[in-house]
Design a protein around this ligand. Sequence first.
Ligand code: GUN
Length: 284
Amino acid sequence: MIIDGKQIAQQLRKKIKKNIQDLPIDDKPGLTVILIGQHPASQIYVKNKEKFAKEVGINSNVIKFNDEISELDLKNQIEILNRDSSVHGILVQLPLPAHINQKNIIETIDPVKDVDGFHPINVGNLSSGNDAMIPCTPLGCYYLIKNVVENLSGMSAVVIGRSNINGKPMTQLLLRENCTVTIVHSKTKNIKAICKEADLIVAAAGKAKMVKKDWVKETAIIIDVGINKIISEDNYKIVGDVDFDNLKDNVNGITPVPGGVGPMTIACLLENTLKSFKKIKKLT
Ligand code: GUN
């Protein structure tokens, strides 16, 4: 079974739109994205974020800076947004230029407005099992998994990759669902054998077509977070971390790339913006 992220994301956006239409106050949620430099993938992500924010009724705004912006100027901009009552979600698109310290920037964002869920307060709350802003990509993966299996309790899950954006929060979400979670990474020995035992694999390694057909059992569910650009002579193709074509008929469920996790990430960003709006307006 192919897990249709595009369709599941559309349903989620529909729900968010209805929720915004039904708000008991006139105000609308506001999302501001800060985009620095000309990173090509970031430009595309930000454009899509704007498009879908508009679709669901979120006021979205993009503030662009060139690569030369100083860390201090960026922090000052974030502080202005922290105080702006029309802004409920702040997202600083990553990666940042090398001269800017990512940690300092993330820690400047008001945790309530941190729709990426990257602030240490949100990271800590998620790992402590408290209410938290959950990073959009793992949250999207979680919804895709729940679309296939209602009860994850006792499942053996393998998360490939240990990043703060994907692998670590994904692990926390699966633990919260009573999965037995193994994280594998670039220093892990015999990843293939570990994957072969898994009921569920979330691949977020950033390595094209890494997960092969003989790595997985037939009953497994595979979620592919990878976005890898394969360049040939005069063209390019986006592929995931999973060898989709060779695997798709041999597993219980698998997400395609594109059309799997990607659309869910954006839908979850919109959901997080609505969540922060409700929290700020004391509507929950
Ligand atoms: N760049 C790639 N993925 C992400 C993400 O989830 N959030 C932000 N802020 N930047 C990104």
